[in-house]
Design a protein around this ligand. Structure first.
Ligand code: AMP
Length: 402
């Protein structure tokens, strides 16, 4: 691939990727499976473009339901409700990867689902995901499948300590994994993650200097566009801040974008794929995991780029030309979790925005969730800045995130 920032192919309506390619124009209805914040931000971007939205979510007045034309309130596994969503939608997308296989089959049969279900099958399972990443030419941390305690002992001996035990399915935000630092902790980690019944994977510990991620978009016609990498800082396993430009050399940033483009191409993605990576101390890049949807670390694009990840996703699934993404200003994205809501509101009430450092503008996004539980993603702030260090110092000192 020549230009992995944007490889725009000539429009070829037809049967690329063996799937029918349609152009879904504004005025059409986009159906979203899942009514969380990612669905909400897809709908907000799409409404600006003139699309209508229907959403299926079990919670009444879901974050996406609040801004969509219609919400079907039903369980994600309810095939009759999925059928109802299909009937009112010209194209269907999903905002989370653990879509029920039966529902995916109904939607594919009865509606247009350009993302397909194969990518879901791959990204729902860490072992399949790692194999796909390697097949695309990228490197992952060394790993072993763990089926029983004998596998576990052998894998620990081969990969060395520390290492990380993960469930093959269902983990998110650092859940479903345990770091093993001493051999004596192996049996406990195995039992606590459901060893024997749950499928497990042991990974070698990557002593990384930084975590980064790249969001790539691919159209069913084969066009691919990538966003610049975000540098990600996690606290307690949950994303805390994303910093753009990432503080890596341009060659590493370029390699990261190329890897993401290659993975998008290899997996024949239609829509977005977020690629999470570790940058090793020697500059080598390990791909950690994939998410076949908009990603928390891509929220910076909403205010700091010429196109947001949400608009790009809509462009990809609707068969519109992708936009070559450019960053217009340095930015720090800070997540607002449940425990940050009260201090944030106090800060807003006291007129705190007036005291932002000079050269920093705060763009606040709240997701309309009723209950602010600790650790729950309630919103984020994009701090547009002339200097990311200044914005980071403010995040650490303003009293909202302490
Ligand atoms: P994951 O659920 O795979 O995204 O992992 C959550 C977080 O745990 C990552 O963002 C890393 O900070 C850390 N982590 C996961 N796997 C490894 C690994 N093999 N080596 C070092 N840190 C890891």
């Amino acid at each position: 691939m020549e230009n992995h920032y944007l490889q725009q192919l000539q429009p070829k309506p037809g049967k690329e990727d063996g799937r029918a390619v349609k152009r879904i124009v504004p005025g059409s209805t986009i159906g979203i499976l899942g009514g969380g914040q990612l669905g909400r931000m897809i709908a907000l971007a799409g409404r600006n473009m003139g699309y209508r939205f229907a959403v299926l979510d079990p919670t009444p007045d879901s974050p996406c339901g609040q801004v969509a034309d219609r919400q079907i309130t039903a369980n994600y596994a309810d095939e009759a409700s999925a059928r109802q969503l299909a009937a009112m939608s010209d194209v269907i997308t999903y905002e989370f990867e653990n879509v029920n296989a039966g529902v995916a089959a109904v939607l594919e049969r009865e509606s247009y689902v350009p993302q397909g279900s194969e990518l879901l099958r791959t990204t729902q399972h860490r072992l399949r995901e790692k194999q796909a990443i390697e097949a695309a030419g990228a490197t992952v941390a060394p790993y072993r499948q763990v089926r029983d305690m004998t596998d576990m002992r052998e894998a620990v001996a081969e990969l060395g300590l520390p290492c990380v035990l993960k469930t093959a399915t269902g983990g998110y935000d650092g859940k479903g994994q345990r770091v093993i630092r001493k051999a004596a902790e192996a049996a406990d980690a195995y039992t606590s993650l459901g060893g024997g019944s749950a499928e497990l994977i042991l990974e070698g510990f990557v002593d990384f200097s930084m975590e980064i991620s790249v969001v790539a978009a691919r159209s069913p016609d084969g066009s691919v566009a990538t966003f610049p990498p975000a540098e990600n800082v996690h606290v307690g396993g949950i994303l805390h801040t994303s910093i753009v430009p990432a503080r890596i050399d341009p060659q590493t940033a370029d390699r990261a974008r190329k890897l993401a483009a290659d993975i998008a191409e290899h997996l024949k993605v239609a829509g977005l794929i977020a690629v999470e990576m570790f940058v090793g101390k020697d500059g080598s890049i390990y791909v950690n995991e994939l998410a076949p949807r908009p990603h928390n670390s891509g929220h910076y694009t909403m205010d700091a780029c010429n196109v947001s990840q949400f608009e790009q996703h809509i462009r990809a699934i609707c068969g519109l030309p992708l936009t070559e993404a450019r960053v217009l200003t340095p930015v720090v994205m800070a997540n607002v979790l449940g425990q940050h809501v009260d201090p944030l509101l106090r800060w807003l009430r006291s007129g705190g925005e007036r005291e932002l450092p000079e050269g920093v503008t705060a763009k606040l996004h709240l997701y309309g969730k009723a209950e602010a539980k600790p650790g729950r993603k309630m919103g984020h702030v994009n701090l547009l800045t002339d200097d990311v260090e200044k914005a980071l110092r403010w995040v650490e000192s303003c009293g909202i995130w302490t």
